[in-house]
Design a protein around this ligand. Structure first.
Ligand SMILES: [Zn+2]
Length: 346
């Protein structure tokens, strides 16, 4: 059996259940056999799809192909596809709820679902790449600055690491930055009040960048020593040496050079510009800004799934995506990517 039965390119059109969907089933213990029988089909009332039903001989309970799908248990089983389009198209969550006539709670629930799924899928892609010898490429990292709630009081950094030639996003992190500038009296009061509840706001930038480099070191495997280019921030060199103790090449470019196509940091600058253009909460001077940075990170993973696996790399090559250019996965549609569940049902 394929170790990853729900990977979109490997799934068979003739569905065979890989395991019992219930976590407490005796067949889920390692080494226990999983025996099942087909038990008829039924037609779903909401979308007329025919669903195969099965019976687990270990726990004597019924399940169906539906138990393994991402839309399992969802009252509106196609809403997440439409919401996915809004999440990557600069539509705020409130506006998405208004135009799709659902509640904001539903929008939040689907954002969480799509984000967990997108991240799990991306991690599987990296794990498969590692098992096949590792990612091969040259990389670039830069940090995007934004904020949660207040621009001066709660700035946030978002390091993004990409493969330079394919624009494949390898990893993203979100971390706090300390408050900026001199606080006025009212601001100072609010800052002290916040510090009493949350503790002092310190920079998480180095730790977040280090996590990006470690994900890359892990995915890169034993390929040739990678070249990683960044701007001249002094912390990047020591962090790279920590993540790649053997060898890697660190190239530094001035971030003050003109930001055009000839700038050596163009790929990462372009990626950050696309992020700002796609994510409603990153658009400058708008009121859709993140209230909590955790949700910025969740939203970013949905965009990464789109950027890496669905969006054509250029308009001239509609079948090539960032991931297919790196030889990782063929181009997917949103219906392929969000078909089978990769994270446990809540
Ligand atoms: Zn069972």
């Amino acid at each position: 059996m394929d170790p990853d039965p729900f990977f979109p390119s490997t799934i068979s059109p003739h569905f065979l259940p890989p395991h019992c969907p219930r976590d407490d089933c005796p067949s889920r213990h390692p080494g226990s056999p999983f025996l099942w029988q087909r038990k008829g089909r039924y037609r779903r009332a909401c979308d007329e799809r025919v669903v195969q039903r099965f019976w687990c001989r270990a726990c004597c309970r019924y399940f169906s192909t539906q138990s393994f799908r991402l839309d399992f248990g969802l009252r509106k089983p196609t809403l997440h596809f439409t919401l996915f389009d809004t999440f990557i198209s600069k539509v705020t969550q409130r506006q998405a709820a208004r135009i799709l006539e659902c509640t904001r709670k539903t929008v939040v629930h689907r954002l969480r679902l799509l984000s967990e799924h997108s991240r799990a899928f991306h991690e599987r892609v990296l794990a498969r790449a590692r098992a096949r010898g590792g990612l091969d490429g040259d990389y670039q990292l830069d940090e995007l600055e934004t904020f949660e709630g207040s621009r001066r009081q709660c700035p946030v950094t978002m390091p993004v690491l990409i493969e330079l030639h394919s624009y494949f996003v390898v990893h993203v992190e979100v971390a706090p930055l300390p408050p900026r500038g001199k606080a006025r009296r009212k601001e100072l009061e609010r800052r002290l009040e916040r510090e009493r509840v949350e503790g002092r706001r310190r920079s998480g930038s180095s730790a977040a960048v280090e996590r990006c480099f470690r994900v890359l070191a892990d995915a890169h495997g034993h390929q040739r020593a990678p070249t990683i280019s960044t701007d001249c921030k002094s912390t990047y060199g020591p962090l790279l040496r920590k993540a790649f103790p053997d060898t890697c090449y660190h190239v530094r470019h001035s971030s003050k050079a003109r930001r055009d196509f000839h700038n050596p940091l163009f790929p990462i600058n372009h990626t950050l510009a696309m992020l700002r253009d796609g994510l409603s909460r990153l658009v400058r001077r708008n009121w859709g800004v993140s209230k909590q940075r955790e949700w910025l990170e969740r939203h970013a993973w949905v965009w990464i799934a789109y950027r890496n696996y669905i969006r054509p790399l250029t308009n001239r090559s509609p079948r090539t995506t960032a991931a297919s250019a790196l030889g990782l996965v063929d181009k997917l549609g949103k219906h392929d990517l969000f078909e089978w569940r990769l994270v446990p049902a809540r």
